[in-house]
Write a protein that binds this ligand. Structure first.
Ligand SMILES: Nc1nc2c(c(=O)[nH]1)N[C@H]1C(S)=C(S)[C@@H](COP(=O)(O)OP(=O)(O)OC[C@H]3O[C@@H](n4cnc5c(=O)[nH]c(N)nc54)[C@H](O)[C@@H]3O)O[C@H]1N2
Ligand SMILES: Nc1nc2c(c(=O)[nH]1)N[C@H]1C(S)=C(S)[C@@H](COP(=O)(O)OP(=O)(O)OC[C@H]3O[C@@H](n4cnc5c(=O)[nH]c(N)nc54)[C@H](O)[C@@H]3O)O[C@H]1N2
Ligand code: SF4
Ligand SMILES: [Mo]
Length: 669
C-alpha cells in the first residue's frame, strides 16, 4: 500500500508519496504539486549515513562502535554529574513535533535546564518577535487560501521561486487567473522571483526599515490611511508615525538606493490596490535590524487595514517543522502551547501536566550566546540534534573552537561536518523511516508514515529521548510506546491556547489550527486586544564597505547538502562553488567571469569562482550551505552580532573585500 509523507524540506509542506517504482510523487490528497528536490530523496536515503552509535572520549581519538545501552550509560553518567546550566540542547525545525516535544520535556522537565534553542534562531526568530509585538502572539495570521484570492503580492527579502517553489507556483497560477494580480519584489539581487515579478525594486541590503517607514510617511502625507481601522483595532499609531516622519521618501532614495517613484508605487498599492499579501523571509529576518524590518512592514498593513479580507502579512517559515517547534516551545523560554516558562501560571500548568516539578523559571541563553559560554567553560555538554552548526552558524572559527572544546553529542542521520567533531554520535532515523507530525508555514498539521526500516541501528529521535529519560528514572513521565502517544499528549497541552490542536482527532490529518484567519474578529492577543504599531527605528548597518556579501539559497540544494548533495543531478548547478558579482564591479577590479577570487571579512577568508549576475553594485552573493567537502563555508566570514530583540544573527550580509587570485596561486590551489 502506498503511504504518504510530508516533504522533509521546506515549510510549504507538500504531501508526497512513493509509487511502485520507488519514485517520489506529489500526493493528490494535497494539491499534488512538488518541486525537484524531493524527487532525489531515494538516491540519498542510504548514502553517507551514520549507522551505529559511536564514541570517543577525546576528539583526537578514533571513534569506537558501541551499542545503544552503552550510549545511554555514557549520557547518564555525564548528565548526572553536570548541573543544569552546564548542559545545552541545540534542536532543529526539521525534527518532528514528537521529537521536539520529548526533547524539550526532557531538557526542561527532567534535567531542569532552560538551555534549549533551535536553528530557527538563525531563521525565523525576528518574525516571531514581530508577530508577538504586533499581534500579541506568534502564528501567521492568514493561510494558503489567501494566496488563492490575493491580488497584490509584495515579496520583500525572499526568493520564493527558489525557496518555496510550490507556493510561488500558486502565486503565478493566481496571476494567470486575473489581470488585476501584481507581483512586486524588493531584493538587492535580481532573483528568479524578481525576474518573474511584474515590478522589481532593487534595494540596498539592510535598509528595508527605511523604505517601509518612507511608505508610511507618504501614506500619511497623502491622507491614504485607514483611520477607522487604526482607531478601532490598533494602538501605538502616533509613536510609529513619529518615527516614520523622520524618513521622507528622499531618505529612502538616499539610504536604500531606490527611486522616489518606488516608494510612491508601494504606498499606492497599500492605499488603493486589491487584497495585498506581503511575503517575506530571511532578507528581513537575518539582520541586526530584523525585528524592525518586520514591524515596519506590519505597520503598513495596520495603517491601511490590510488584514483578513483586504490582505495579510505572511512571514514564510523556512523549514518543514519550524512551526511545530514553536508550538512545542523549543526556545530558551518556551513551553508547549506557546507558553513561557518565565510566566508562573504557564510553568505551574506544565509541572502539573507533566508531573515533573522544578521547571526553570528563568530563560536560558540563545545558541549564539551558548557558544561564548562554552568557550568560557560554563557549558560543558552540547547536544546537537538535526542541524549542522559546523556549517550553518555564523562566525565559524569561533563556533568550531566551541564544538571542539565541549563534550559534543550529535544526533543526526548523516556524516556531516558537525558529526565529525562529536564525542558521542547517536544515529537518527529520518523521514520515511519514522512516523511523525509536522506543521507547515500556514499552520497545517500533517502526519508522515514510516515505511522503511531505519538505516543500521538508527532510532527515531523521540525514542532516543524517551529511552534515556526512562534510564534516568523519569519513566512515568515518558511512558510512550509510539510517536502517536507522544502527539496525543502534546495535543492536550494546547487546549485553549492560540495553537489549539486539542479539538481534533489524531486521525484527521491534515488539519489547520486557528482556522483560516487567526484574528477574524480583529481581536488580538495583546493585553488590550488591539494590534500594536511599533516605532520601527533604523540603525544603520555597521558593516559596509567595500562590498556587502549576501548569502542565501540554491534552488536544487537544501542547506548543508547532506541529502541533496548526494545527487549529481542536483549538484550540477551548485558547482564549482561560486560567487555572483555585478559585471561592472568585476571590471573595475580586473576580474573576469570564471576567475577564482578570495573574499575577506574581518573574521576570515574563502575562495569562490566568479559568476556574473544581476545584482546591485557593491553587493555579492554566495550560497551558504557548501560543506567542507566542497570549499570553506561562507560562515567563516559572517559575524555573530544579533538583532537586540530577536537574538537573530545578521547572516544575510557581511562587509567583505574581494581579490582576484593570482595565477601562480591558482596553479597551486
Ligand atoms: N531550495 C531551497 N529552498 C529552501 C531552503 C534551502 O536550503 N534550499 N531553505 C529553507 C529555509 S530554512 C528558509 S529559512 C528559506 C529561506 O528563504 P529565502 O529567505 O527566500 O532565501 P534566501 O536565499 O536565504 O534569501 C532571500 C533573499 O534575501 C535577499 N536579501 C538579502 N539581504 C536583503 C535585505 O537586506 N533586504 C531585502 N529586501 N532582501 C535581502 C537575498 O538577496 C535573497 O535573494 O528557504 C527555505 N527553502
Ligand atoms: N550565512 C548563512 N547562514 C545560514 C543561513 C543563511 O541564509 N545564510 N540560513 C540559516 C537558516 S534559515 C537555517 S534554517 C540554517 C539551516 O542549517 P542546518 O540546520 O545546519 O541545515 P541542514 O543541512 O538542514 O541540517 C539538518 C541536519 O539534520 C539531519 N537530519 C535530517 N533528518 C533528520 C532526522 O529526522 N533526525 C535527525 N536527528 N537528523 C536529521 C541532516 O542530515 C542534517 O545534517 O542555516 C542558517 N545559516
Ligand atoms: S515546495 Fe517545499 S515542501 Fe514542496 S516539494 Fe518543494 S521543498 Fe518540498
Ligand atoms: Mo531557515
Amino acid at each position: 500500500m502506498e503511504r504518504s509523507f510530508t516533504c522533509p524540506y521546506c515549510g510549504v509542506g507538500c504531501s508526497l508519496r512513493i509509487d511502485e517504482g520507488g519514485r517520489v510523487r506529489g500526493d493528490s490528497s494535497g494539491n499534488g504539486d512538488l518541486c525537484k528536490k524531493p524527487l532525489f530523496l531515494p538516491d540519498a536515503l542510504r548514502k553517507g549515513r551514520v549507522g551505529r552509535p559511536l564514541y570517543r572520549d577525546r576528539i583526537d581519538e578514533p571513534f569506537r562502535e558501541i551499542d545503544w545501552d552503552t550510549a545511554y550509560t555514557i549520557l547518564k553518567e555525564k548528565l548526572t554529574k553536570l548541573s543544569p546550566e552546564e548542559v545545552y540542547f541545540y534542536l532543529s525545525g526539521q525534527m518532528t513535533t514528537e521529537a521536539l516535544y520529548t526533547a524539550n520535556k526532557f531538557a526542561k522537565g527532567v534535567l531542569k535546564t532552560p538551555n534549549v534553542d533551535a536553528n530557527s534562531r538563525l531563521c525565523i526568530s525576528s518574525a516571531v518577535a514581530a508577530y508577538r509585538i504586533a499581534f500579541g502572539s506568534d502564528g501567521p495570521p492568514c493561510c494558503g487560501e489567501d494566496i488563492e484570492d490575493g491580488e497584490v503580492f509584495l515579496i520583500a527579502g525572499a526568493n520564493p521561486a527558489v525557496s518555496f517553489p510550490v507556493l510561488f507556483r500558486k502565486i503565478l497560477k493566481r496571476r494567470r487567473q486575473s489581470d488585476r494580480v501584481l507581483i512586486v519584489t524588493l531584493d538587492p539581487l535580481e532573483t528568479e522571483t524578481a525576474r518573474r515579478s511584474d515590478v522589481y525594486i532593487p534595494i540596498r541590503a539592510g535598509t528595508d526599515t527605511v523604505f517601509f517607514n518612507a511608505v508610511l510617511h507618504l501614506l500619511y502625507r497623502k491622507g491614504w490611511l485607514d483611520a477607522s481601522f487604526i482607531s478601532n483595532f490598533t494602538e501605538g499609531f502616533e509613536e510609529a508615525l513619529e518615527c516614520a516622519m523622520r524618513f521622507p521618501p528622499s531618505e529612502a532614495v538616499r539610504i536604500c538606493g531606490v527611486r522616489e517613484e518606488d516608494v510612491k508605487f508601494v504606498a499606492e498599492l497599500f492605499a488603493h490596490g486589491g487584497k495585498l499579501i506581503s511575503l517575506w523571509c530571511l532578507g528581513l529576518n537575518q539582520s541586526l535590524n530584523g525585528t524592525m524590518k518586520n514591524l515596519s512592514l506590519i505597520n503598513l498593513h495596520l495603517a491601511t487595514g490590510r488584514l483578513g479580507e483586504r490582505g495579510c502579512p505572511l512571514a514564510l517559515t523556512g523549514q518543514s517543522n519550524s512551526m511545530g517547534g514553536r508550538e512545542v516551545g523549543y526556545s530558551p523560554e518556551g513551553l508547549p502551547g506557546y507558553r513561557n516558562l518565565e510566566r508562573e501560571e504557564d510553568r505551574r500548568f506544565m509541572e502539573e501536566f507533566w508531573g515533573l516539578k522544578g521547571i526553570p523559571s528563568k530563560k536560558g541563553p540563545t545558541v549564539i550566546e551558548a557558544m561564548d559560554l562554552i568557550l568560557d567553560g560554563k557549558i560543558k555538554l552540547l547536544w546537537v540534534v538535526c542541524t549542522n552548526p559546523a556549517v550553518s552558524m555564523p562566525h565559524l572559527s569561533k563556533v568550531r573552537k566551541a564544538l571542539e572544546g565541549v563534550f559534543l553529542v550529535v544526533q543526526d542521520s548523516y556524516w556531516n561536518d558537525t558529526v565529525k567533531l562529536a564525542n558521542l554520535i547517536l544515529p537518527a532515523a529520518q523521514v520515511l523511516e519514522r512516523d511523525g507530525t509536522t506543521t507547515s508555514l500556514d499552520r497545517t498539521v500533517s502526519r508522515s508514515c514510516g515505511m522503511l526500516e531505519p538505516y543500521g541501528e538508527a532510532k527515531p529521535d523521540w525514542l532516543i529521548f524517551t529511552e534515556l529519560a526512562q534510564r534516568l528514572g523519569a519513566g512515568d513521565a515518558f511512558p510512550y510506546r509510539s510517536s502517536e502517544e507522544v502527539f496525543e499528549e502534546f495535543r492536550l497541552t494546547t487546549e485553549g491556547r492560540p495553537c489549539d490542536l486539542s479539538g481534533r482527532e489524531g486521525k484527521s490529518f491534515p488539519f489547520r489550527w486557528g482556522g483560516r484567519w487567526l484574528y477574524p474578529e480583529l481581536r488580538f492577543r495583546t493585553p488590550s486586544g488591539r494590534a500594536r504599531f511599533a516605532p520601527a527605528e533604523f540603525h544603520e548597518p555597521q558593516e559596509k564597505e567595500p562590498f556587502l556579501l549576501l548569502t542565501g539559497r540554491l534552488k536544487d540544494q537544501w542547506h548543508t547538502m547532506t541529502r541533496t548533495g548526494k545527487s549529481p543531478a542536483l549538484l550540477r548547478s551548485a558547482l564549482p562553488p561560486f560567487v555572483l558579482m555585478n559585471p561592472q564591479d568585476a571590471e573595475a577590479l580586473g576580474i573576469e567571469e570564471g576567475n577564482t577570487v578570495r573574499i575577506y571579512s574581518e573574521r576570515g577568508s574563502i575562495e569562490r569562482v566568479v559568476r556574473f549576475g544581476r545584482i546591485l553594485r557593491g553587493h555579492l552573493f554566495t550560497p551558504f550551505g557548501y560543506p567542507d567537502e566542497f570549499c570553506e563555508p561562507v560562515n567563516f566570514l559572517t559575524g555573530d552580532r544579533c538583532d537586540p530583540v530577536s537574538g537573530e544573527p545578521y547572516l544575510k550580509f557581511t562587509a567583505v573585500a574581494v581579490e582576484k587570485k593570482k595565477k601562480e596561486e591558482e596553479g597551486r590551489g
